[in-house]
Design a protein around this ligand. Structure first.
Ligand SMILES: [Zn+2]
Length: 122
């Protein structure tokens, strides 16, 4: 649904609401029912527009796509920066092991065993 259609539906809904209000102010029961029906139709139209807008908003936008790319990039950088604290040798995932809730890194080069305070992001 495009913006013009939405605007038209909202306009019709407002007109129906106003008409319904006028009918509701009338004294006779027949007019009260007519007014109520008009109000319900207007409410349904507004709900329809609201829901179609919600669907539009739920679609992935360029912003969220950029955000995802950024997140992936950050994760990769952290993984690349994983180095031995003693000798600075690059460490891979296989040098890590989880014991008692902590991540233990054992360097294959200098055999230094260090504990990561933060668990890795993967
Ligand atoms: Zn080392």
């Amino acid at each position: 649904m495009n913006r013009l259609m939405e605007g038209l539906v909202i306009f019709v809904a407002i007109v129906l609401l106003l008409l319904g209000a006028i009918f509701l102010m009338a004294a006779s029961t027949q007019d009260l029912i007519t007014g109520a029906v008009l109000m319900v139709i207007a409410a349904m139209l507004l709900l329809f527009v609201y829901r179609s807008q919600k669907v539009e908003a739920a679609k992935p936008t360029l912003v969220t796509q950029n955000f995802n790319v950024k997140m992936e990039g950050t994760g990769q950088t952290e993984q690349n920066e994983l180095k031995c604290r003693s000798c600075g040798a690059p460490l891979s995932e296989k040098d890590l092991m989880v014991a008692q809730g902590a991540v233990i890194v054992s360097c294959p080069y200098c055999k230094t065993v260090t504990t990561l305070e933060e668990s890795p992001k993967w």
